[in-house]
Design a protein around this ligand. Structure first.
Ligand SMILES: [Fe+2]
Ligand SMILES: [Fe+2]
Length: 131
């Protein structure tokens, strides 16, 4: 279990919270899978990061749409933080493709830190606005 859901992660927007939980579940499932196979590389690792990238990208698109609809004042900075994470994922994806091995611990650690930080700052402020 790399990252655990906490009540303070809730944004108060049902669809956003459901997706946050799904992303956390996905990260934990993949972490458990990685532990089981001892950190495999190759096409499995590539598919893993590609799947994460697609799911996280889809979530960010939803959240950004909610913010645009509301004319949310922190939209630009919030979107920039989303893009910083997607850039990190692309960098990891390049390394997987080049070296044939995924630095799973590094990826998992970065994701867990980023989500905990992002939920509690940008997404939490969005929640305060809804409440
Ligand atoms: Fe966000
Ligand atoms: Fe989010």
């Amino acid at each position: 279990m790399l990252i655990e859901w906490r009540p303070e992660f809730a944004t108060g927007h049902h669809d956003v919270d459901r997706e946050h939980r799904a992303l956390i579940d996905l990260i934990n499932e993949q972490d458990a899978g990685a532990a089981a196979v001892g950190g495999a590389g190759g096409t499995g690792a590539e598919a893993l990061v590609g799947d994460l990238y697609a799911r996280i990208g889809a979530h960010f698109a939803l959240e950004e749409r909610v913010m645009r609809e509301q004319g949310w004042h922190e939209y630009a900075q919030h979107k920039a933080d989303h893009e910083a994470l997607l850039d990190e994922l692309l960098e990891v994806l390049d390394r997987v493709t080049d070296a044939g091995g995924l630095p799973r611990d590094e990826l998992a650690g970065r994701l867990a830190r980023w989500f905990a930080g992002h939920f509690r700052t940008f997404d939490a402020r969005l929640h305060a606005h809804h409440a």
